[in-house]
Design a protein around this ligand. Structure first.
Ligand SMILES: [Zn+2]
Length: 165
């Protein structure tokens, strides 16, 4: 037998046809404390935007994010005299950006939702990988030349990562 609570507060009890109702009721009664705990949390749930709206919003964010990362990456690539092969903006769950060995940069579209100091740090970080493909001391020194306060920006970024990623 299982009990599940849907977002919005619908409680569903499932049991096989051969189990008498009173047994199912007893089972449910034994789980009331659990149901109450989760019911209170789940009934507060506010539904997310409909899919079509979410797609529109995603497309909108992605477009703005692309414009930002293309412009800013080019600016820092010029300063470091490095070549960017391509730039893409994606829906990534666990990272803000990455740099491939071939010199392609990719960024999380959520970068557009960050304060500009933080999106700038992410872009600097990835562009620096075009020169230093690791997280060595040399790499961080390079980051520091373009972004002297990178340490505090990194720290602040972790707070946003918890909310946005
Ligand atoms: Zn890195």
């Amino acid at each position: 037998m299982t009990i599940s609570i849907k977002r919005g507060g619908e409680v569903i009890v499932k049991f096989p046809f051969y189990i008498p109702h009173y047994i199912a009721q007893k089972f449910f009664a034994s789980k009331v404390a659990w149901v109450k705990t989760h019911y209170n949390r789940l009934k507060e749930y506010t539904p997310t935007l409909p899919l079509a709206e979410r797609r529109k919003l995603f497309a909108h964010h992605k477009e703005n994010a692309s414009a930002l990362v293309v412009k800013e990456s080019a600016r820092f690539a010029k300063l470091l005299d490095v070549h960017i092969k391509s730039i893409s903006v994606r829906n990534q769950r666990s990272r803000w950006g990455s740099c491939s060995a071939r010199g392609s940069l990719s960024f999380n579209y959520r970068i557009i939702l960050l304060p500009s100091a933080l999106s700038e740090y992410i872009i600097i970080h990835e562009v620096c990988h075009l020169k230093e493909m690791n997280h060595s001391k040399k790499f961080w020194n390079l980051v520091e030349t373009l972004c002297p306060d990178f340490k505090s920006r990194r720290k602040e970024l972790r707070v946003y990562a918890k909310k946005l990623l």
